[in-house]
Design a protein around this ligand. Structure first.
Ligand code: HEC
Ligand code: HEC
Ligand code: HEC
Ligand code: HEC
Length: 448
């Protein structure tokens, strides 16, 4: 089977994508944070949504605007419904024991991501922690919109004002998913939790949005909520992840651990690799010398390629600001903070433009051109960056396939070219920049 299926992407993403493990204490949510929005109103519990006339139908409805079997889909196929049970399992107990946390099903460090966890005074009668990541963990506390949201004559903006979270908006959705799938200062996972055996977190917005869906995009959906674009979602996911990384780095409490910065913010391979030597070479995008621990810039690198499609000058500017951040880590914590603030502001300012851009079939060639320019100047010397690029090529091709922007004649050869690119990053120890660059050239030629 081709490596180019969504499940293949998911498993291949695991070893690399931005991995953030933060320390979970009962976090204080900042005014504009995801958790503040989700927990603003009381959570009534999934049982409230489950009646057979609401979202609890056994089968998808015909003729209705939505599927109406969302509850059954969630309960039967969605891992979010099992995430509390995960905490009761052997693996979780072993992790918690190593960390001295006691029972993981009551440890805030784990509950913060594995269940819907509004404050005690925001829990309705049917709310149960054991429901795991329920409807309101993503759609927001339903206290104010539970009765009104069924009235289709009301504008959506009215329901959003009552606390329904805008999951259809790609930036808002990326922030929501990444708050658990990467971590934020409110929901933290650290190198310590990782060291205790927690699986690596990996996330790609477009792929993950479509792994266990209880929604579908049809003409009616587009009319109600606007266009859905997989390539756009991939790009937005990269930008929000990069911004997230900087937000944690800028957090004096969560981003640092004693005399060290939180190690999960750095390239795992900078420390975890064999000591046989002679693997180092310069990467112009960082300007760092040998033997230096570098920030994991994989999402930053990918977002620069996304931005290159929308605005070349802004992308070059982002590249310079990323290099400035790497350089600042050699100077001082203050200089690092200043560079991270500048970079984050640039990303945040560009997100609405990227979200509004209509990524069409020409995007694939543009992204590949931008990556090839990097490759030709030695930017993919770093295994981690090369692997990210292969994943990016995969996601963009898949996004175009599922958006039916590629014909079958185009898709077949592209899949093989992506497989070939991917094979050059399959084994870290066997990685050669020259074969990667060659495969990328081949993919570029196929995409014409
Ligand atoms: C409150 C935290 C939280 C939020 C918000 C969240 N997730 Fe998750 N997600 C989890 C946890 C925890 C798991 C692991 C469940 C388990 O296996 O125990 C998970 C698992 C998944 C999986 C299954 C991954 C696999 O290994 O197969 C997918 C897909 C997924 N989430 C997608 C999303 C998307 C898309 C969003 C945003 C719309 C999202 N999640 C938002 C916590 C969250
Ligand atoms: C920042 C959010 C976050 C925190 C904090 C967190 N987890 Fe997770 N955990 C996740 C997500 C997301 C996944 C699913 C990863 C995937 O499949 O992509 C996961 C997966 C797991 C898995 C593997 C589940 C499976 O189906 O294979 C275990 C076990 C686990 N977590 C236990 C814990 C324990 C124990 C703690 C507390 C020490 C904890 N987690 C804290 C987000 C978190
Ligand atoms: C992990 C996050 C997550 C969880 C948990 C979740 N949803 Fe969703 N839901 C989404 C996303 C993402 C979408 C698609 C984007 C959109 O249209 O808002 C969506 C869409 C929907 C839609 C709208 C479909 C349309 O055509 O407009 C309904 C209805 C819905 N969800 C109901 C539920 C119910 C009921 C539950 C609990 C049984 C639930 N959701 C649990 C993330 C989630
Ligand atoms: C600055 C160097 C550094 C970075 C960067 C780093 N680690 Fe580590 N890692 C260490 C050290 C030191 C240990 C502890 C080894 C020990 O306890 O003997 C460790 C331990 C671990 C362990 C436990 C290994 C074991 O044998 O039990 C895991 C898993 C791990 N790291 C994963 C990661 C991941 C994933 C990343 C990237 C997100 C990462 N590390 C980034 C230095 C680093």
């Amino acid at each position: 089977m081709s490596a180019l299926s969504r499940s293949a992407i998911r498993s291949s993403v695991t070893p690399v994508l931005g991995v953030l493990l933060l320390w979970a204490a009962a976090g204080s949510a900042t005014a504009d944070s995801v958790t503040a929005a989700i927990f603003e109103h009381a959570h009534l519990g999934p049982a409230t949504c489950a009646s057979s006339t609401c979202h609890g139908a056994n089968q998808r409805a015909s003729g209705a605007r939505i599927l109406l079997n969302e509850y059954s889909v969630w309960q039967q196929t969605d891992p979010h419904a099992r995430s509390y049970a995960t905490l009761a399992g052997k693996e979780s107990r072993a992790i918690a024991a190593k960390l001295g946390l006691g029972d993981p099903t009551t440890a805030p460090a784990c509950l913060t991501c594995h269940v819907d966890h509004p404050p005690a005074d925001k829990r309705g009668e049917k709310f149960l922690i054991s429901d795991g990541v329920g409807c309101e963990a993503c759609h927001g506390g339903a206290e104010q919109w539970i009765s009104s949201h069924v009235d289709s004559s009301r504008p959506r903006s009215a329901t959003l004002a009552e606390g329904l979270y805008p999951t259809e908006d790609p930036v808002a959705r990326a922030k929501l998913c990444l708050s658990c799938h990467m971590g934020t200062p409110d929901r933290m996972i650290t190198h310590e939790i990782m060291g205790a055996g927690h699986p690596r977190l990996s996330f790609e917005l477009d792929t993950f949005t479509w792994l266990n869906p209880h929604y579908e995009i049809d003409a009616d959906y587009i009319e109600r909520k606007g266009e859905f674009n997989g390539a756009r979602d991939w790009g937005i996911g990269q930008g929000v992840a990069a911004s997230n990384l900087l937000e944690i780095l800028l957090d004096e409490r969560r981003g640092w651990h004693g005399i060290f910065p939180e190690l999960v913010l750095f390239d795992c391979h900078a420390c975890h690799r064999p000591m046989s030597g002679n693997q180092w070479g310069p990467r112009p995008g960082t300007g760092l010398g040998p033997g230096v621990v570098r920030i994991n810039d994989s999402n930053l690198v990918m977002y620069r390629h996304v931005l290159a499609v929308v605005d070349r000058a802004a992308a070059d500017d982002l590249g310079q600001a990323t290099r400035a951040l790497h350089q600042a880590t050699l100077a001082s914590r203050e200089r690092t903070f200043a560079a991270a603030r500048t970079l984050r502001a640039k990303i945040e300012a560009s997100l609405p433009r990227v979200a509004a851009h209509g990524f069409g079939p020409e995007t694939l060639g543009q992204v590949l051109d931008s990556m090839l320019r990097d490759a030709e100047r030695g930017e993919f010397r770093d295994f981690a960056a090369a692997e990210q690029a292969a994943l990016a090529a995969q996601s963009v091709v898949v996004a175009f396939e599922s958006a039916r922007q590629l014909s079958e004649e185009e898709a077949g050869p592209l899949r093989s070219a992506v497989d070939r690119l991917y094979s050059t990053v399959e084994k870290e120890d066997a990685y050669r920049m020259a074969s990667f660059t060659d495969a990328l050239r081949g993919l570029r030629a196929t995409a014409r």
